[in-house]
Design a protein around this ligand. Structure first.
Ligand SMILES: [Fe+2]
Length: 341
Protein backbone atom coordinates (compact mmCIF):
# COMPACT_ATOMS: atom_id res chain seq x y z
CA UNK A 1 0.00 0.00 0.00
CA UNK A 2 2.84 2.38 0.87
CA UNK A 3 4.40 1.82 -2.55
CA UNK A 4 1.36 3.52 -3.98
CA UNK A 5 2.43 6.91 -2.56
CA UNK A 6 6.19 6.62 -3.13
CA UNK A 7 6.20 8.77 -6.18
CA UNK A 8 4.05 11.61 -4.85
CA UNK A 9 5.53 15.11 -5.23
CA UNK A 10 5.52 17.33 -2.18
CA UNK A 11 6.37 21.02 -2.20
CA UNK A 12 7.56 22.79 0.96
CA UNK A 13 7.21 26.59 1.04
CA UNK A 14 8.97 28.14 4.03
CA UNK A 15 11.42 31.02 4.42
CA UNK A 16 13.16 29.17 7.25
CA UNK A 17 15.96 27.00 5.87
CA UNK A 18 15.89 24.83 9.00
CA UNK A 19 12.21 23.92 8.50
CA UNK A 20 12.74 23.22 4.78
CA UNK A 21 15.64 20.91 5.48
CA UNK A 22 14.00 19.02 8.34
CA UNK A 23 10.82 18.42 6.30
CA UNK A 24 12.97 17.20 3.43
CA UNK A 25 14.75 14.72 5.73
CA UNK A 26 11.47 13.46 7.24
CA UNK A 27 9.65 13.06 3.92
CA UNK A 28 12.31 12.06 1.41
CA UNK A 29 12.20 8.31 2.10
CA UNK A 30 8.58 8.16 0.95
CA UNK A 31 8.14 11.15 -1.33
CA UNK A 32 9.84 13.42 -3.83
CA UNK A 33 10.35 16.71 -2.00
CA UNK A 34 10.99 20.14 -3.53
CA UNK A 35 11.46 23.25 -1.45
CA UNK A 36 11.18 26.97 -1.99
CA UNK A 37 11.66 29.94 0.31
CA UNK A 38 8.95 32.27 -1.01
CA UNK A 39 5.48 32.43 -2.56
CA UNK A 40 6.52 34.05 -5.87
CA UNK A 41 8.99 31.28 -6.63
CA UNK A 42 6.40 28.67 -5.60
CA UNK A 43 3.80 30.14 -7.97
CA UNK A 44 6.30 30.24 -10.83
CA UNK A 45 7.28 26.62 -10.41
CA UNK A 46 3.85 25.06 -9.70
CA UNK A 47 3.23 24.04 -13.30
CA UNK A 48 6.57 22.31 -13.73
CA UNK A 49 6.63 20.75 -10.24
CA UNK A 50 3.02 19.54 -10.22
CA UNK A 51 2.98 18.96 -6.45
CA UNK A 52 0.36 16.59 -5.05
CA UNK A 53 0.61 18.19 -1.62
CA UNK A 54 2.07 21.40 -0.19
CA UNK A 55 3.49 22.30 3.23
CA UNK A 56 3.09 26.04 3.59
CA UNK A 57 4.43 28.45 6.18
CA UNK A 58 1.81 31.00 7.25
CA UNK A 59 4.17 33.84 8.16
CA UNK A 60 6.65 34.83 5.49
CA UNK A 61 8.10 38.12 4.32
CA UNK A 62 6.17 39.85 1.46
CA UNK A 63 3.30 37.56 0.34
CA UNK A 64 2.29 35.26 3.19
CA UNK A 65 0.77 31.79 3.32
CA UNK A 66 -2.82 33.05 3.41
CA UNK A 67 -2.29 34.94 0.13
CA UNK A 68 -1.03 31.74 -1.44
CA UNK A 69 -4.06 29.81 -0.11
CA UNK A 70 -6.43 32.40 -1.57
CA UNK A 71 -4.65 32.22 -4.91
CA UNK A 72 -4.90 28.42 -5.02
CA UNK A 73 -8.55 28.56 -4.03
CA UNK A 74 -9.44 31.03 -6.76
CA UNK A 75 -7.64 28.78 -9.25
CA UNK A 76 -9.90 25.88 -8.09
CA UNK A 77 -6.85 23.86 -7.08
CA UNK A 78 -7.51 20.55 -5.30
CA UNK A 79 -3.93 20.16 -4.01
CA UNK A 80 -4.12 19.63 -0.23
CA UNK A 81 -2.21 22.32 1.63
CA UNK A 82 -0.89 21.84 5.19
CA UNK A 83 -0.19 25.08 6.98
CA UNK A 84 2.87 25.35 9.22
CA UNK A 85 2.73 27.82 12.09
CA UNK A 86 4.90 28.65 15.06
CA UNK A 87 2.30 30.64 17.00
CA UNK A 88 -1.16 29.32 16.30
CA UNK A 89 -3.97 31.74 16.94
CA UNK A 90 -7.65 30.94 16.57
CA UNK A 91 -8.03 33.72 13.98
CA UNK A 92 -5.17 32.50 11.77
CA UNK A 93 -6.29 28.90 12.01
CA UNK A 94 -9.87 29.76 11.09
CA UNK A 95 -8.69 32.00 8.23
CA UNK A 96 -6.46 29.20 6.91
CA UNK A 97 -9.19 26.55 7.08
CA UNK A 98 -11.77 28.90 5.55
CA UNK A 99 -9.41 29.50 2.67
CA UNK A 100 -9.15 25.83 1.92
CA UNK A 101 -6.18 24.61 4.03
CA UNK A 102 -6.42 20.86 4.53
CA UNK A 103 -4.80 20.85 7.98
CA UNK A 104 -2.13 22.64 10.00
CA UNK A 105 0.83 21.67 12.15
CA UNK A 106 2.54 23.61 14.87
CA UNK A 107 6.30 24.16 15.11
CA UNK A 108 8.25 22.44 16.57
CA UNK A 109 6.82 19.34 15.00
CA UNK A 110 7.51 15.64 15.43
CA UNK A 111 8.45 13.55 12.35
CA UNK A 112 5.51 11.15 12.90
CA UNK A 113 3.13 14.14 12.86
CA UNK A 114 4.45 15.19 9.45
CA UNK A 115 4.29 11.67 8.01
CA UNK A 116 0.76 11.13 9.33
CA UNK A 117 -0.60 14.38 7.97
CA UNK A 118 1.09 13.78 4.60
CA UNK A 119 -0.44 10.33 4.29
CA UNK A 120 -3.87 11.59 5.35
CA UNK A 121 -3.76 14.45 2.82
CA UNK A 122 -2.65 12.23 -0.04
CA UNK A 123 -5.30 9.63 0.78
CA UNK A 124 -7.87 12.38 0.83
CA UNK A 125 -6.72 13.61 -2.58
CA UNK A 126 -6.86 10.15 -4.08
CA UNK A 127 -10.36 9.65 -2.69
CA UNK A 128 -11.40 13.01 -4.05
CA UNK A 129 -9.95 12.19 -7.46
CA UNK A 130 -11.66 8.79 -7.47
CA UNK A 131 -14.96 10.31 -6.41
CA UNK A 132 -14.75 12.98 -9.11
CA UNK A 133 -13.87 10.34 -11.67
CA UNK A 134 -16.80 8.22 -10.56
CA UNK A 135 -19.16 11.19 -10.82
CA UNK A 136 -17.78 12.03 -14.29
CA UNK A 137 -18.16 8.42 -15.42
CA UNK A 138 -21.69 8.25 -14.08
CA UNK A 139 -22.57 11.54 -15.74
CA UNK A 140 -21.25 10.43 -19.11
CA UNK A 141 -22.92 7.00 -18.74
CA UNK A 142 -26.24 8.75 -18.05
CA UNK A 143 -25.69 11.01 -21.07
CA UNK A 144 -24.72 8.10 -23.30
CA UNK A 145 -27.73 6.08 -22.18
CA UNK A 146 -29.95 9.05 -22.66
CA UNK A 147 -28.77 9.69 -26.19
CA UNK A 148 -28.98 6.02 -27.09
CA UNK A 149 -32.58 6.04 -25.80
CA UNK A 150 -33.29 9.29 -27.62
CA UNK A 151 -31.90 7.90 -30.84
CA UNK A 152 -34.13 4.86 -30.38
CA UNK A 153 -37.11 7.20 -29.86
CA UNK A 154 -36.24 9.16 -32.98
CA UNK A 155 -35.99 5.89 -34.92
CA UNK A 156 -39.35 4.88 -33.48
CA UNK A 157 -40.81 8.09 -34.94
CA UNK A 158 -38.90 7.35 -38.12
CA UNK A 159 -40.67 4.02 -38.40
CA UNK A 160 -43.99 5.89 -38.47
CA UNK A 161 -42.74 8.84 -40.51
CA UNK A 162 -39.58 8.03 -42.44
CA UNK A 163 -38.35 11.58 -42.12
CA UNK A 164 -37.82 12.70 -38.52
CA UNK A 165 -34.64 10.81 -37.51
CA UNK A 166 -32.69 11.67 -40.66
CA UNK A 167 -33.99 15.22 -40.52
CA UNK A 168 -32.93 15.66 -36.88
CA UNK A 169 -29.43 14.38 -37.60
CA UNK A 170 -28.97 16.63 -40.63
CA UNK A 171 -30.35 19.69 -38.85
CA UNK A 172 -28.09 18.98 -35.87
CA UNK A 173 -25.00 18.76 -38.11
CA UNK A 174 -25.86 21.83 -40.12
CA UNK A 175 -26.77 23.90 -37.06
CA UNK A 176 -23.46 23.02 -35.39
CA UNK A 177 -21.67 24.22 -38.53
CA UNK A 178 -23.71 27.45 -38.63
CA UNK A 179 -23.07 28.09 -34.92
CA UNK A 180 -19.33 27.64 -35.41
CA UNK A 181 -19.30 30.04 -38.37
CA UNK A 182 -21.27 32.56 -36.29
CA UNK A 183 -18.37 32.45 -33.79
CA UNK A 184 -20.16 30.66 -30.94
CA UNK A 185 -18.04 28.85 -28.36
CA UNK A 186 -17.76 25.07 -28.05
CA UNK A 187 -20.19 24.67 -25.16
CA UNK A 188 -22.86 26.72 -26.96
CA UNK A 189 -22.32 24.67 -30.12
CA UNK A 190 -22.77 21.49 -28.09
CA UNK A 191 -26.09 22.76 -26.67
CA UNK A 192 -27.29 23.64 -30.17
CA UNK A 193 -26.20 20.25 -31.50
CA UNK A 194 -28.22 18.40 -28.84
CA UNK A 195 -31.13 20.84 -29.06
CA UNK A 196 -31.37 20.39 -32.82
CA UNK A 197 -31.11 16.64 -32.50
CA UNK A 198 -34.03 16.66 -30.06
CA UNK A 199 -36.10 19.51 -31.48
CA UNK A 200 -38.82 17.25 -32.93
CA UNK A 201 -38.73 14.59 -30.18
CA UNK A 202 -42.29 15.60 -29.25
CA UNK A 203 -43.52 14.02 -32.49
CA UNK A 204 -43.47 10.75 -30.54
CA UNK A 205 -46.70 12.07 -29.00
CA UNK A 206 -48.41 12.84 -32.33
CA UNK A 207 -50.79 10.18 -33.63
CA UNK A 208 -49.56 8.12 -36.61
CA UNK A 209 -52.41 9.14 -38.86
CA UNK A 210 -51.35 12.79 -38.61
CA UNK A 211 -47.60 12.23 -38.49
CA UNK A 212 -47.46 10.07 -41.60
CA UNK A 213 -50.35 11.55 -43.58
CA UNK A 214 -49.29 11.51 -47.22
CA UNK A 215 -50.98 14.81 -48.03
CA UNK A 216 -51.60 18.26 -46.54
CA UNK A 217 -53.02 18.31 -43.02
CA UNK A 218 -56.48 19.63 -42.22
CA UNK A 219 -56.70 22.48 -39.74
CA UNK A 220 -57.61 20.07 -36.97
CA UNK A 221 -54.73 17.73 -37.82
CA UNK A 222 -52.34 20.65 -37.97
CA UNK A 223 -53.39 21.62 -34.43
CA UNK A 224 -52.42 18.12 -33.27
CA UNK A 225 -49.10 18.32 -35.12
CA UNK A 226 -48.37 21.73 -33.56
CA UNK A 227 -48.46 20.16 -30.12
CA UNK A 228 -45.11 18.44 -30.78
CA UNK A 229 -43.02 21.38 -29.56
CA UNK A 230 -44.81 21.46 -26.19
CA UNK A 231 -44.72 17.67 -25.88
CA UNK A 232 -40.97 17.73 -26.66
CA UNK A 233 -40.49 20.41 -24.00
CA UNK A 234 -42.23 18.24 -21.42
CA UNK A 235 -40.07 15.23 -22.34
CA UNK A 236 -36.83 17.20 -21.97
CA UNK A 237 -37.82 19.43 -19.01
CA UNK A 238 -36.99 16.97 -16.18
CA UNK A 239 -33.50 16.24 -17.59
CA UNK A 240 -31.13 18.61 -15.86
CA UNK A 241 -28.20 18.44 -18.29
CA UNK A 242 -30.50 19.29 -21.21
CA UNK A 243 -32.16 22.33 -19.67
CA UNK A 244 -30.28 24.65 -22.00
CA UNK A 245 -31.85 22.85 -24.98
CA UNK A 246 -35.37 23.68 -23.78
CA UNK A 247 -35.73 27.03 -25.63
CA UNK A 248 -34.87 25.33 -28.94
CA UNK A 249 -37.27 22.47 -28.42
CA UNK A 250 -40.15 24.68 -27.32
CA UNK A 251 -39.72 27.69 -29.60
CA UNK A 252 -38.43 26.39 -32.94
CA UNK A 253 -41.80 27.12 -34.60
CA UNK A 254 -42.26 30.66 -33.31
CA UNK A 255 -42.53 33.28 -36.07
CA UNK A 256 -40.90 36.70 -36.15
CA UNK A 257 -44.35 38.34 -36.58
CA UNK A 258 -45.87 36.41 -33.66
CA UNK A 259 -47.89 34.02 -35.85
CA UNK A 260 -45.96 30.93 -34.76
CA UNK A 261 -46.47 28.47 -31.91
CA UNK A 262 -46.73 27.43 -29.10
CA UNK A 263 -46.39 30.79 -27.29
CA UNK A 264 -46.86 33.21 -30.19
CA UNK A 265 -43.59 34.96 -29.26
CA UNK A 266 -42.53 37.76 -31.59
CA UNK A 267 -39.29 39.56 -32.57
CA UNK A 268 -36.70 39.65 -29.79
CA UNK A 269 -38.89 37.54 -27.51
CA UNK A 270 -37.87 34.47 -29.51
CA UNK A 271 -34.64 32.93 -28.13
CA UNK A 272 -31.94 33.51 -30.76
CA UNK A 273 -30.92 29.83 -30.87
CA UNK A 274 -34.52 28.87 -31.70
CA UNK A 275 -34.63 31.54 -34.45
CA UNK A 276 -31.43 30.19 -36.00
CA UNK A 277 -32.66 26.60 -35.77
CA UNK A 278 -35.95 27.52 -37.44
CA UNK A 279 -34.03 28.67 -40.56
CA UNK A 280 -31.90 25.52 -40.68
CA UNK A 281 -34.99 23.40 -39.96
CA UNK A 282 -36.92 25.03 -42.81
CA UNK A 283 -33.96 24.67 -45.18
CA UNK A 284 -33.68 20.93 -44.52
CA UNK A 285 -37.45 20.45 -44.78
CA UNK A 286 -37.54 22.26 -48.13
CA UNK A 287 -34.58 20.40 -49.62
CA UNK A 288 -35.88 16.94 -48.63
CA UNK A 289 -38.74 14.90 -50.09
CA UNK A 290 -41.76 15.12 -47.79
CA UNK A 291 -45.19 13.54 -47.88
CA UNK A 292 -46.68 16.68 -49.30
CA UNK A 293 -43.94 18.05 -51.55
CA UNK A 294 -40.93 16.96 -53.55
CA UNK A 295 -37.67 18.48 -52.46
CA UNK A 296 -36.72 21.91 -53.77
CA UNK A 297 -33.30 22.89 -55.09
CA UNK A 298 -30.92 24.78 -52.80
CA UNK A 299 -31.57 27.97 -54.78
CA UNK A 300 -35.34 27.65 -54.55
CA UNK A 301 -35.23 26.77 -50.83
CA UNK A 302 -33.14 29.89 -50.13
CA UNK A 303 -35.60 32.01 -52.14
CA UNK A 304 -38.55 30.64 -50.16
CA UNK A 305 -36.78 31.34 -46.86
CA UNK A 306 -35.88 34.89 -48.01
CA UNK A 307 -39.55 35.50 -48.80
CA UNK A 308 -40.30 34.57 -45.19
CA UNK A 309 -37.92 37.17 -43.70
CA UNK A 310 -39.80 39.61 -41.43
CA UNK A 311 -42.82 37.32 -41.25
CA UNK A 312 -41.54 33.87 -40.28
CA UNK A 313 -37.80 34.40 -40.03
CA UNK A 314 -35.82 36.88 -37.95
CA UNK A 315 -34.12 39.35 -40.33
CA UNK A 316 -30.92 39.65 -38.24
CA UNK A 317 -30.08 35.98 -38.80
CA UNK A 318 -31.71 34.85 -42.03
CA UNK A 319 -29.27 36.28 -44.63
CA UNK A 320 -26.23 35.35 -42.52
CA UNK A 321 -27.43 31.79 -41.92
CA UNK A 322 -28.27 31.30 -45.61
CA UNK A 323 -24.78 32.49 -46.59
CA UNK A 324 -23.28 29.96 -44.18
CA UNK A 325 -25.53 27.20 -45.56
CA UNK A 326 -24.25 28.16 -49.02
CA UNK A 327 -20.71 27.65 -47.79
CA UNK A 328 -21.69 24.35 -46.09
CA UNK A 329 -23.06 23.06 -49.39
CA UNK A 330 -19.74 23.73 -51.10
CA UNK A 331 -18.03 21.54 -48.50
CA UNK A 332 -20.81 18.89 -48.30
CA UNK A 333 -22.40 18.75 -51.76
CA UNK A 334 -25.80 17.02 -51.87
CA UNK A 335 -27.89 15.62 -54.71
CA UNK A 336 -29.18 18.66 -56.55
CA UNK A 337 -32.18 17.16 -58.36
CA UNK A 338 -34.55 19.38 -56.40
CA UNK A 339 -37.84 20.63 -57.74
CA UNK A 340 -37.81 23.98 -59.56
CA UNK A 341 -40.85 25.97 -60.52
FE1 LIG B 1 -40.68 20.83 -35.35
Amino acid sequence: MEQKFKSANILVIDDDLGVRESLKIILRDKYYVSTTSNIDEALNTLDSMRPEMIFLDIKMPRANGLDFLKHMRSANSTIPIIMITAYPSIETTIAALRNGAFDYIVKPFHPSEILNVAEKALHHNIELWERNKLVDNLRSAVKQNFFATTEALLHAIDAKDSYTAGHSKRVSQLLAFVAKELGMNESKIEILRYGAYLHDIGKIGVVDAVLAKPSYLTEEEFLLMKRHSEIGYKIIEPIDFLKECLPIVRHHHEWYNGAGYPDRLRGDEIPSEASILSIVDAYDALTTDRHYHKKYSHQKACEIIKQGINTQFVPTFAEKVLAIIDHYREIHPRDEQGKEF
